[in-house]
Design a protein around this ligand. Structure first.
Ligand SMILES: *Cc1c(COP(=O)(O)O)cnc(C)c1O
Length: 362
């Protein structure tokens, strides 16, 4: 009998968002995975189809075109970039490169569900720190959780699944109060949706702080979730370490082409993002008007606190044709994460929420 590592048996399962429920009488909606509801941008399908014709060849292992396109887009040297099959993969590689048994990794909780999986895989110990009021990272508590064994701290901004973004100056003060051998990972998967002028500016936070790493993805705003491309911006030595531990040829021929074409189509892409931001704010206001305590969202989803009613609420949404993402662990932060969808989807969400807010009227 093969003896697997003990850490593997205890890993939580990554729960994928459910597909849209099937309704016979009306369209249904998948609002469970923070995907972009828009179809691919003009030119992206064409560029991808052209790349598909090269599927007999391995992709460029260095992601050279991708690196050069993103390097000029972000204004950072290519040696500071490393790519992977989604930023979740890059996160695994970062932790794999930095952590081993005996190390500790601090993150807020509730936050992104990949953290409690990626951390124990390295042998390191996870140190979850409860969110503070307003579903915001409690940076003081996180600082108090630092020990000589702390190897990395994850800051998820905006926080998945609750929505608020971290503020720039408090994060800078937090980082500067810590020893600089601790890797600070700024997970900016939703950065394109941030409208708060005081929100964290990850790339700026990296300046003069080589222990800070920014993690980003093409899955959300860029609408390429199915192609799996993410990246980090890091000190050249850290980026090189991520490349060293990465699976070779991870980012496929088609995915590389799709990302490059999407970067070329950014003007329209950001129009779409602006539309989603407007819809997000309207959804949050609509839910608050119904009496729900929805935290500020700077991402493409809203958080509906539901406590012990979480599963019942999710079932009510499903009956109305809406798949949402329930988080029901019996803890303080149980509720539903609802992705901002197209106008019909968002209207349906408010209808269901109205019925939930006024059960007697049903
Ligand atoms: C979606 C998401 C990611 C990235 O997902 P990939 O599809 O693997 O790029 C990373 N962090 C957070 C917080 C996310 O919500």
């Amino acid at each position: 009998m093969i003896r697997l590592r003990s850490a593997i048996g205890g890993l939580p399962v990554y729960v994928a968002g459910k597909p849209a429920p099937r309704l016979v009488e009306a369209p249904s909606f998948k609002l469970s995975s923070n995907e972009n509801p828009f179809p691919p941008l003009p030119g992206v399908i064409e560029a991808t189809m052209a790349a598909v014709a090269r599927m007999n060849r391995y992709p460029d292992i260095t992601n050279a075109e991708l690196t050069s396109a993103l390097s000029s887009r972000l204004g950072v040297p290519g040696e500071q970039l490393a790519f992977g099959t989604g930023s979740v993969a890059v996160l695994y590689h970062l932790l794999q490169a930095a952590c081993e048994a005996g190390d500790e990794v601090i993150f807020a909780w509730r936050s992104f569900e990949a953290y409690p999986i990626a951390t124990p895989v390295t042998g390191a110990t996870q140190v979850p720190v409860p969110l503070g009021p307003g579903a915001v990272h409690d940076l003081d508590a996180m600082r108090r959780a630092v020990t000589p064994a702390t190897k990395a701290i994850m800051l998820c901004t905006p926080n998945n699944p609750t929505g608020p973004a971290l503020q720039h100056q408090p994060v800078i003060d937090f980082i500067d109060s810590l020893p600089d051998h601790i890797m600070i990972v700024l997970d900016e998967a939703y950065v394109e949706f941030v409208t708060d002028p005081e929100g964290l500016r990850g790339l700026e936070a990296m300046i003069g702080r080589p222990n800070v790493v920014v993690l980003r993805t093409f899955s959300k705003a860029y609408g390429l979730a199915g192609f799996r491309v993410g990246y980090c911006v890091a000190d050249p030595a850290v980026a090189a370490a991520v490349r060293a531990v990465s699976l070779p040829f991870g980012v496929s021929v088609a995915a590389q082409a799709a990302v490059i074409a999407s970067l070329d189509a950014e003007a329209l892409l950001f129009d779409r993002v602006a539309e989603l931001i407007k819809a997000r704010d309207a959804l949050a206001v609509g839910l608050r008007d119904l009496g729900f305590e929805v935290p500020d969202s700077q991402a493409n989803f809203v958080w509906l606190p539901a406590g012990p009613d979480t599963e019942a609420y999710a079932a009510a949404f499903a009956r109305a044709g809406v798949a949402v993402r329930p988080y029901a662990s019996g803890g303080d932060w149980d509720g539903l994460r609802i992705t901002v969808g197209d106008p019909a989807a968002n209207a349906r969400v408010l209808e269901v929420a109205a019925a939930l807010a006024a059960p007697a009227a049903n």
